[in-house]
Write a protein that binds this ligand. Structure first.
Ligand code: THU
Length: 130
């Protein structure tokens, strides 16, 4: 059973999914990224007629946070029709700032689960020597 804070973060992700622009896939995703100071940054997927230009919900949320000067995070919640973990591209971007990030997923399918970034993406790319 998720903690109350987890439920709140999932609710924010669900709310953000309501803004998803996903006319091509029909798969609206929402993300809510909890900054170290308690600020929540949300994001939704934004598709494009040139399909490869699509941006995932998680990277929208991360970009909003970083552009506001926030680089340290406590947790990320992802909401989708079918509960999903972030894709590899998003995990790589998240690993840049928070390799041990706690990640929650929830969906219209009723699934609620948590894990850590380190657990599902243990070998992110690093430039040699960094
Ligand atoms: N999507 C996300 O927003 N986050 C992910 O981690 C994986 C997939 C979006 C991209 C696309 O708009 C739709 O889900 C179907 O792939």
């Amino acid at each position: 059973m998720p903690a109350v804070e987890d439920e709140k973060l999932l609710l924010e992700a669900k709310r953000a999914a309501g803004n998803a622009y996903a006319p091509y896939s029909g798969f609206p995703v929402g993300a809510a990224l909890l900054g170290e100071d308690g600020t929540i940054f949300t994001g939704c997927n934004m598709e494009n007629a040139s399909y490869g230009l699509t941006i995932c919900a998680e990277r929208v949320a991360l970009g909003k946070a970083v552009s506001e000067g926030v680089r340290r995070f406590r947790a990320l919640a992802v909401w989708a029709p079918v509960a999903s973990w972030p894709c590899g591209a998003c995990l790589q971007c998240l690993a840049e700032f928070a390799p041990g990030l706690r990640i929650l997923r929830g969906g219209e399918d009723g699934v609620r689960e948590s894990t850590t970034l380190a657990e599902i993406f243990p070998a992110s790319f690093r430039l040699a020597g960094s």
